[in-house]
Design a protein around this ligand. Sequence first.
Ligand SMILES: *Cc1c(COP(=O)(O)O)cnc(C)c1O
Length: 390
Amino acid sequence: MMKNAGNDPLFTLTTGPVDAYPAVLRALSMPVWYDYDPAFLACFERVSRKAAAAMRTESIPLILQGEPVLALEAAAASLIARHDVVLNLVSGVYGAGFGDWAGRYCATVRELAVAYNEALDPAVVDRELRRHPEIGIVCLCHHDTPSGTLNPVDEIGCVVKRHGRLFLVDAVSSFGGMAVTPDSCRADIFITGPNKCLGCPPSLSLVAVSEGGWRKIKANPDAPRASVLSLLDWERAWLADEPFPYTPSVAEINGLEAALDGYLGEGPEQVWARHDLTARAFRAGLRAMGLSLWAARESIASPTATAIRVPEGVDEAQWRALAREHYGVMFSSGRGETLGKVMRVGHMGPTARPLYAVVALTALGGALNRLRAGRVDVGTGVNAAMAVIG
Ligand SMILES: *Cc1c(COP(=O)(O)O)cnc(C)c1O
């Protein structure tokens, strides 16, 4: 009998933190350089340039020394001045959460929200901006991970720019797994991290700031300086002859370089294609097993994570625990409003490989059958996934 209780997971198919690429793990174990060793100064500049190449943007992205929640809060603190009016677009837990940070730095945060299994409509954003010329900044979470749903970020970016407003995008769990870049969505601040689709451990953030974004930050008298929440402190730190505001996470920068080399070497389009194929194979299997998506429509389901609607009468925590204990497969729970309602499977970085769809289906189906005594046909699910994989 297969029983894995207490042992290491055999497969970490989560929505972040994710399993890291072996090359990243090797890079993390390199000697730790002094931060002002010329070799590390050159390394930091090189990695910053590689991040710009991966993000397909001219301006060199900032590498902040903490996982992306740091970058989200720092972006709010740096960009939003006390007299600003912010429009926060909400389709899930992360989108809603950003409103709390925004509200710390200005008096008026308007919220435009949809159900947490839905996506925002660019036409509705357009109407809101026409009605409210006082709105200066629009904030959006591209892939709200606890819902597994995507917003049409490029289209919304078009609308925001047509109205001449600033656009802040949380692309933490989408960048690197699909076609989205700071320029594609015209973001003034584009926040992502290496700990989702780039396959690194949680530790760093990447922040691309447009020229307009920098202008706004520099005009904001409240933008933090000499603070861990400061973006300004890091503006020039990527240059080998400029100082760091504080010690960077040396080992993690090595890990990030390995991840960026892997991403650029494989080719972003190829990387996105395997994320997409893995998600499609997994969803075909789910449907064949009689399970359904949390997303209202498959067209808004993210290629980097699938949120499954927990079947009636099933306890999500029990289901997830059984998959972990009996099959050694770790999945993610929902969060906030989706907690208990969804089970989430990540297709991110090293786990965005089509055969992991089969692993996920067998563990999910097997665990469900152990809970409910044989009501799911795992074989049918595997066949449906294999028909997509080919
Ligand atoms: C993972 C993630 C973050 C970072 O937050 P943590 O919960 O601390 O990992 C931010 N935004 C989105 C959309 C994410 O998926």
